[in-house]
Ligand binder design. Structure first.
Ligand SMILES: [Zn+2]
Length: 326
């Protein structure tokens, strides 16, 4: 068993309501925790299945095949081929509906949020406040997290508090839409039933804190020919841009130093021989361009660092602070 019962229930809930736990999936999790979820109404057992999926490649034309009792056995009968009949046991026919609001109540209780989670919209609840005074919401499914109007509803409930939303992992552009609206988004699997730190269905509050900003200081987009430093867009000439890309490429590998003659060859082409001192001019222009609009122009200019032995320049940023995009 690789997946815990809480993880399984959350995963099945991601596709939306109704989420069904089949007896076959539930069987390995039988025990006290499972009984408690039944008692609390998180899992509600349904009537035994009377229909079964048709054979994977069947011409019977049925939407589902009937389950029949034959000699005390449950058999999913294939109307066209007896050899495709499937003998089912009780676990196959059992199923449990996962009750979303009861599941969320269980999560809130296990996490120490007092009171009943307040429904905000279909599939979304307001759990309360995090330890760092953020309004905390939980969306069980992708559809719930992305429903129209949700951001406004959450804002009105949060009043002026910043908002954290726990939601299933979603596509990058969907995620960006929520993040752009100022929400802090945490994956369900990142903070609930994630590992040993928070037992059962409880939320690991330490996983809700905003990650320290790992935003790179320098972002270069090659195709678009844009540069931003410390979040400020910089205007560079073609030559300045080419020089910065060259230095960034080298800074991302080793050695970071680009020798003067390599810079010359890059800017003017290998066939033209010039004296090294002429590299100073494009370097100065690049430093000026980067420093323009920066509060600390001196330290920005020093990012294009003079080096000796070999004589050249390097971009004085650690590789994790440089993002060189195609
Ligand atoms: Zn069949």
């Amino acid at each position: 068993m690789t997946e815990t019962l809480p993880r399984l229930l959350l995963r099945l809930s991601e596709a939306g309501d109704p989420a069904i736990l089949w007896g076959r999936q539930a069987a390995p999790h039988a025990g006290r925790d499972f009984e408690r979820l039944l008692d609390h109404g998180v899992l509600v057992e349904q009537a035994p299945a009377t229909e079964w999926d048709v054979c994977p490649a069947c011409d019977c034309g049925l939407y589902a095949r009937p389950v029949q009792q034959v000699n005390g056995q449950h058999i999913a009968v294939c109307p066209t081929d007896r050899r495709s009949d499937l003998v089912l046991d009780d676990d196959d026919l059992r199923s449990f509906r996962i009750h979303p609001s009861a599941l969320v109540r269980e999560i809130a209780m296990a996490s120490g949020f007092g009171g009943e989670p307040a429904p905000v919209a279909t599939g979304v609840w307001h759990l309360g406040e995090t330890s760092n005074q953020r309004a905390l919401f939980l969306a069980l499914s992708q559809d719930a997290a992305l429903q129209p109007g949700l951001i406004g509803l959450m804002r009105s409930l949060a009043r002026s508090s910043p908002i954290t939303v726990i939601a299933p992992a979603m596509a990058a552009d969907d995620r960006a839409r929520l993040v752009d609206a100022g929400l802090h988004l945490v994956d369900v699997s990142h903070c609930i039933a994630c590992d040993g730190a928070a037992p059962g269905l409880s939320i690991d509050q330490s996983k809700l804190e905003s990650q320290p900003s790992l935003a790179p200081r320098l972002v270069i987009q090659r195709a678009a020919k844009t540069v931003s430093l410390d979040g400020t867009p910089k205007t560079l000439s073609d030559q300045e841009f080419q020089l910065l890309v060259l230095l960034a490429e080298h800074a991302l590998k080793s050695p970071a130093i680009v020798e003067n003659r390599a810079i010359e060859a890059h800017i003017w082409g290998a066939s033209i021989h010039r004296i090294s001192s002429q590299v100073r001019e494009p370097v100065r222009a690049l430093r000026d361009a980067l420093a323009r609009g920066s509060t600390d122009a001196t330290s920005v200019r020093a990012l294009i660092e003079n080096r000796r032995n070999p004589n050249g320049y390097r971009l004085a940023l650690p590789s994790e602070e440089i993002e060189l995009l195609s």
